[in-house]
Design a protein around this ligand. Structure first.
Ligand code: NCD
Length: 357
């Protein structure tokens, strides 16, 4: 069985199929109400969540299936020091599919490597969040009709913003897409995101000014500055209100620009923007449930071919303190080579950060 850990685990053709299924579910919900009868989804959420967990659970109920749920490390044997691998092996005895959210980067991949059932990454630290991207893609599809020829602004915490990392990966596979990355210097996108864009000659610019970027954008994807990811509370305080989208700033934007946000919002979009017809963030919430229904159906039904594995190297260590390799005892550090022959870089298969050689 195949898992979805990274959005690139799904081909663009599979994404088109998921969108088609989601739209069919929207139009004919009754036809899907017994499709997962007798199946169980385990939602293991070791970080806070409202939308992602509830939409996974609502998705499974609407497919006629059942849900087993763990929320917060305190509610499970993880608080007794159980590893992710052992937790996943245990859950495998009770459930048919797992959705896992965890604060460490690479945790979902470790779970997937440990069990024969599909694992869906519901967010691994500041790394990836592929099902939020599925919600975002359905929203863009419904608003814009296509993923080609878009100028996409991403704004806020681009360093730890896992939704942004997955969205950039997904959209970078379409024609003539440009990215404008708007963030404070301290919160720029990680090197593995820009390296992937450079490798494929995909245009992007980086700026600190939302006002300057706004007029060119077809999509503005706002994100929260994430207090919980900062080691230094003073830095969070200094950066937390870096960007606030207001009706006045919206006057600089195109008439058909979509404002998106994975939510929760804190302060970065003023409530007065909600009534602007360009505000799409509550549509994303609804779309997330349909795309998760389509994904659960697909993963439970189709025996996927395994993704081709790159050659792995094991003689290095990951330099990312938030990587799952730092705590998971039995895990063998593993790296893949990227950047071509001219600038070879070893990256951790769990969190994609560069190796310490
Ligand atoms: C996001 C997340 O958890 O990464 N929310 C979500 O899943 N909809 C964004 C965030 O927490 O800021």
């Amino acid at each position: 069985m195949r898992s979805v850990i990274d959005i690139l685990d799904l081909s663009t053709q599979e994404i088109d199929e998921l969108i088609a299924t989601a739209i069919d579910i929207i139009e004919n919900p009754d036809a899907y109400s017994r499709k997962c009868e007798g199946k169980k989804l385990a939602t293991l959420f070791f970080e806070p969540s409202t939308r992602t967990r509830l939409s996974f659970e609502a998705a499974m109920y609407e497919l006629g299936g059942h849900v087993l749920s763990v929320t917060g490390a305190g509610g499970s044997s993880v608080s007794k020091g159980e590893s992710i691998a052992d937790t996943a092996r245990t859950v495998n005895c009770y459930a048919d599919i797992i959705a896992l959210r965890h604060p460490q980067e690479g945790a979902a991949l470790v779970a997937a490597q440990s069990v024969p059932i599909p694992v869906i990454n519901a967010g691994d630290g500041g790394h990836c969040h592929p099902t939020q991207t599925l919600a975002d893609l359905l929203t863009i599809h419904r608003e814009k009709g296509s993923f080609d020829h878009l100028t996409v602004g991403v704004c806020g915490d681009l360093k730890f913003g896992r939704t942004v990392h997955s969205l950039i990966g997904a959209l970078s596979r379409y024609q003539d897409v440009k990215f404008v990355m708007i963030s404070p210097e301290e919160l720029k996108v990680p090197g593995y995101v820009t390296a992937a864009l450079k490798d494929r000659n995909i245009p992007y610019t980086e700026t600190t000014s939302l006002e300057e970027a706004l007029p060119s954008l077809d999509i503005l994807y706002m994100t929260r500055i994430q207090r919980e990811r900062f080691d230094d509370p003073a830095l969070y305080e200094a950066l937390k209100d870096s960007y606030i989208l207001t009706p006045n700033k919206m006057k600089l934007a195109k008439q058909d620009m979509c404002v998106m946000h994975p939510l929760p919002r804190v302060n970065e979009i003023s409530v007065a923007v909600d009534s602007d017809p360009r505000a799409c963030y509550f549509k994303q919430v609804r779309n997330g449930k349909y795309m998760r229904m389509a994904l659960i159906l697909k993963l439970l039904r189709e025996p996927f071919a395994a993704k081709p594995q790159p050659e792995l190297f094991h003689h290095l260590h990951c330099r990312n303190p938030r990587c799952i390799t730092r705590t998971e005892q039995e895990l063998r550090p593993s790296f893949f080579l990227t950047g071509g022959k001219t600038a070879p870089v070893y990256r951790c298969i769990y969190c994609e950060h560069r190796a310490r050689e």
